[in-house]
Structure formats: C-alpha cells, structure tokens
Design a protein around this ligand. Sequence first.
Ligand code: NAD
Length: 513
Amino acid sequence: NLNNAIEDKLKALEIATNNAGTSTGTQWYNSGASFVSSSPVDGAVISNVNETTSEEYDQVVIKAQQAFKEWRTMPAPLRGDIVRQFNDELRRLKEPLGKLVSYEMGKSLQEGLGEVQEMIDICDFAVGLSRQLHGLTMHSERPGHRMYEQYHPLGIVGIISAFNFPVAVWAWNSALAWVCGDVTIWKPSEKTPLTGIACQKIAARIFAKNNLPEGISCLINGDYKVGELMTKDERVPLISATGSTRMGKQVAQTVAGRLGKSLLELGGNNAIIVTPDSDLNMTVIGAVFGAVGTAGQRCTSTRRLIIHESIYEVVKESIVRAYNQLRIGNPLDENNHVGPLIDKEAVKMYLDALEKVEAQGGKILVEGGVLEGELYKSGCYVKPAIAEAENHYEIVQHETFAPILYMMKYSGGVENAIELQNGVRQGLSSAIMTNNLREAEHFLSVAGSDCGIANVNIGTSGAEIGGAFGGEKETGGGRESGSDAWKVYMRRQTNTINYTTQLPLAQGIKFDI
Ligand code: NAD
C-alpha cells in the first residue's frame, strides 16, 4: 500500500498528516482556511495544509525583517557553514524527501531523488561561494584615492515556485540567498505544499540548532492570492518567481510598479534540431527522454523536433518505435518510464491541445488518450503523443505542459532549422544533434539559437547547477543557480576612499572657496 509506504517517509521527515502552512522557522501558524495536498499517483489525499492569512503574512515579514538585521552581520563563510549543515541534513534525508517529491508531484522516484540531489549540489556550490562574493577594484583617476565595489545583501527574497520542481527551485534560490546574507520567504505551488513543509522543517532545525533567530527561512502557503501579498509588498526587494508566462507577466508588472526587482523563470518551447549528420541513437534517446520524462512537465521538456527532410522518415520511425515501448504507470515503480500529470486540469489541457493540433492541420503519429482502470484511478495518467505539425500553428507556438511532441521538417541548411527553432515566443532550452562542426558552431553563434540554454549532442531537458539557468523572451530573462547568478540576490555598491589631505574633484573640476 502506497500510503503506508509514504507514512514512514512523513515520519522520517518529522511531518504529521495535519500541518499548519505558515512558518518563520520553528514557529508555525495555522489560522487560515485549509486545503488539501493530494497525490496524482493514486489520487489519495496526503494531508491538509493551512493557507496563509494576510495577518500571518505580516507577522512573517516582521520576523524576517528582524532576522535580516542579525543574519546580514554574520560573516559570509559562517553563513556558508550553516548551509553546509543544512546540506548534511539533506544528504541524510534524501531518500524520504525524494520519495515524498515523487508521491506528491508524480515524477519518477529516480527524478524525485535527482531533485533532492540538485538541492545538495546547489548547497555545495553555495558553501564555496560564501568565500567568493567578490567585487572588483578599479584605479581611481584621483591621486591618493582607492576605488572598489562590494556586494551587500538585499533583505527579504520572496520565492514563488511551480509544482514541477517542488523543492529544487527553492534550494537554488534560498541556498544562494542565505550565503549572500538575505532571508527568504517561500510560497511553494499550492499543488505541492507538503514537500514545502518538509523542506522548511529541515531548514528550521538547522537555524534553531545554531541559535539563529526565527525568520531566516520562512514559508507561506496558498494560491496566487498569497503570492500577490509578496509581489505587492515593498518590504520584499526581490521576487524570484518560477512558473507560467501568464504568471510571470502579472508578477513582473506588479513588482515593476513598485520598482522592485524580479527574477523570472517562465515557460519554454524547446526544440531539438536533428541534422543529416546526427547520431540516430543519441537523437532517439535525447528526444524521447526530453519529451516524456516527468510526463512532459519540465520547463526544459522537448516540445518540438526539427528534422532535416533527408532523414525525416528514419528518425520518425525510430522515435515512434521507441514510444511504443514506453511503460506508463506508478512513478514509484522503477520499471515505468512515464508517471501521471499533476492533476485533472492538466489532463484537460493535454486533451485540448491534441484536439487543437488536429484542427489546425496536424497529423497524429502516436495517439494520445487518458488511461483507465485500477492502476490509473487518479485519472491523471495519459499516453505520450506525437503529432506532425508546422511551427506556425497556434498550438505549437504555445507551451502545453504535457507529453506532446511536435515533429516538423526543414530543408536546406542549418540556418533554416535555426529560424524555425527561434520562431516561437519562448527562449529557454535548445539543442542540435550533429557531428558537423560547422553546423554546431553556427547553432552556437550570434546567428544561432536565441535561447538561454543551447546544447550540442545533448537533449533540451535537464541542466547542471554549475551554469546559470534561465531563458530569454517570454521565458523571462532571469538566471538562477550557478555562474554569477548570485549577483541578483545582492546590491552593488561602489566605494571611493580618499587617503590624502586634499579634496580633488572627479573630472578635474575646480571648486575653490
Ligand atoms: P503557475 O504559473 O500556474 O504557478 C507557479 C506559481 O506562481 C505558483 O506558486 C502559483 O501559486 C504562483 N502564482 C500564479 N499566479 C500568480 C500571481 N499573479 N502572483 C503571484 N503568484 C502567482 O505554474 P505551474 O503550473 O505551477 O508550473 C508550470 C510552469 O512553470 C510551466 O510554464 C513551466 O515551464 C514553468 N517552469 C519554468 C521553470 C524555469 O526555470 N524557467 C522551471 C519550472 C517550471
């Protein structure tokens, strides 16, 4: 029985089946209306969670503001050590947390564990970073002057996350924000509140053990209305929001309206270009995993395959054959390739998209449909589908968060494929499969892919934490995770120090009194 299996995990994570939803650390608040967390795996209700009220939200912000005053004065390497301790806990709890992610969200157990591994990796990165938050020094034009720049924390970072990476996105943001000296308030997706509670409990224990104040890591819960409490709040200088483009447009406008900063990680419409010089085996694995992994619910999922006409039939047949081998079912069973969609609303969007692609002129190559029967009783299991389509169809231009792959042909040179690949409003992940150096370099050049992620001989899906992650155009332009993404969590200050007895002005201006 799945529920019994998960019961153990909840115990290991020290979460009860009835939980409050708002927390400043060890303190929990529960006066808001309750909503349920249910599993798309078997349709069972896992837990009740309380929505954050506006009064509770206010308490959280006040606690976070107070905590910031203390946390920001702790040397960054010591903050790094707190993140290291948090990471030790994540390593210890990887298995139960990974399983809860898998059960609450519906991704495969391997992917649930992989998500926790991503949290572990970003914490390792953040610990190293805590000794490297450096600015530049410059030469002053004035004698006896020294000029440099330094980075200071911003204050409260508001994190709004999506259901599909229920825990990793929080860790990407919070591990960096914490070493930078910021405090965080996290609103997880209302579809995955329980993994949020589990993470908050792990973090809170570490802060408390180190006698640090309440308010460094805070949790609020509920739908977009609770998110709006933060986006409208001038006390929250940075909002990092991950989710749909629709959400991002609203958040961006609200935050810009008060001249706050936003970091947006929004929808993708990712393509793989398959050239005549591609390796067929690698192409098939990359495309199929990219399209059906996490049931097509990754921001980097492969939505489009742009295949050269000379190899189109061969690639098509190989991929269709691979689709026929896919096993769909309980994601906690390692033999299955494809788990459920998040909920019935997602199933409806998937069915609508399949109808639309046909109505707009597409041809179905692998039939979709909803699976029925005892094993699929949550009503969220669907068959991954493939349609032959053209890039300009309205439905192809749109991100459908489900396992639907659109195949299309290109003719002539790689520049024609790149034009199709770039011919959508989103700009997250892109890939080319080729052994031809000229094609690969063209794809990566200024005239190549316009996405934030451009891969050669790798699919579109998944990324390592070491690089900056994010995309252009309607994907929102934000960058998270590795490289210098930390800079967005800090404010930059230029300092000039005069160690002489004179006061020369910049630009040689004379001002004698
Ligand atoms: P969603 O936009 O429905 O919700 C995301 C989060 O935003 C939720 O916590 C939700 O409550 C909140 N929210 C929604 N409207 C809001 C508003 N007006 N103000 C404040 N908060 C608001 O997205 P979803 O269905 O949970 O996730 C799927 C989407 O997320 C896909 O489009 C996917 O591509 C995208 N995504 C992008 C990335 C990335 O890094 N680019 C990563 C994961 C998911």
